[in-house]
Design a protein around this ligand. Structure first.
Ligand SMILES: O=C(O)CCC(=O)C(=O)O
Ligand SMILES: [Fe+2]
Length: 273
């Protein structure tokens, strides 16, 4: 048996609802301090080669808490993507625009996640990554999204050194202004699913999960959004959950109100002459 710390049903559902999950690694403070110091001393960004420059980063993604969460969300065949990036926000740099890293593919599954590792404590002044829960279900052109400022319900990832924030690839996010006097470091790695799920890959309790899903996936709000958005999310959450359980793709139901509209349109349509 792997000694990874797998998620439970509630944590998986929370990820489905919000589009993110925050993990604390079990590595000691000295480990993170050393990475922080090495990054601060680096004057060139090695891009995808960051793992060659700092091979100890492998330990972050092999950490039982991180690995356990990745396996839970992406299955036992989870794969590290070849793209990775060190995101440094120097002191004084202003905010980035809202954006989605994902490619806006039309599915509502967990197929790719970002795993953002912060080797230092990130305070509100230091340019935390900000995310909007639930937006992984919404595609939006980057140009339009970049005109938004603060969004109701946004969450600033102010975290302790050694935190890894796992987000759905389509979650809206941005780096923010660094008002402090020191650089903010974040290492972004991508992980993807190796195969479609055939069974749950987390600590799943079928009986309890059935009840929990009926309550959480139906009634819980990711942010205080409008009624119409909330109805849409209920369906999409179900689709994501059932895909993760390994169930056959569900046929999306035609909403009852549009069926009614079609029926009444037929009744009132003028007779053909
Ligand atoms: O620096 C950050 O916190 C976010 C960076 C980011 O999302 C990006 O450049 O894609
Ligand atoms: Fe991004």
């Amino acid at each position: 048996m792997p000694e990874w710390t797998l998620l439970n049903d509630e944590q998986v559902m929370d990820f489905i609802i919000r589009g993110y999950h925050v993990v604390a690694t079990s590595l000691p403070a000295e480990f993170h301090n050393a990475i922080d110091a090495k990054l601060t001393a680096m004057n060139e960004n090695p891009g995808n080669e960051i793992l060659d420059v700092l091979p100890e980063l492998h330990q972050v993604y092999a950490d039982p808490n991180v690995r356990g969460a990745l396996v839970s969300l992406l299955g036992p065949d989870v794969q590290m993507h070849e793209h990775r990036h060190w995101h440094m926000i120097p002191a004084g740099r202003s905010s980035q625009g809202w954006h989605q890293d994902g490619l806006n593919e039309r599915h509502h599954h967990v197929r790719v996640v970002l795993a953002m590792y912060y080797p230092q404590d990130v305070t509100a002044e230091m340019g935390p990554t900000v995310i909007v829960p639930g937006t992984h279900f919404r595609n939006c052109p980057t140009e339009r999204m970049a005109t938004y400022a603060n969004i109701r319900g946004q969450v600033a990832l102010t975290v302790k050194a050694g935190t890894v924030a796992i987000t759905h690839y389509d979650l809206w996010h941005a780096g923010t202004r660094n008002r402090s006097t020191r650089p903010r470091h974040m290492l972004k790695f991508l992980f993807s699913r190796g195969a479609d799920p055939e069974a749950p890959s987390w600590n799943h309790d079928p009986g309890a999960a059935f009840e929990l899903a009926a309550r959480k996936l139906t009634f819980e709000r990711s942010v205080s959004n409008g009624q119409s958005d909330y109805y849409k999310e209920q369906e999409l959450r179900r689709e994501m959950w059932e895909h993760m359980l390994g169930k056959a793709p569900r046929r999306r139901l035609t909403p009852s109100h549009s069926t009614k509209n079609i029926a009444s349109a037929k009744r009132t349509a003028p007779q053909a002459s």
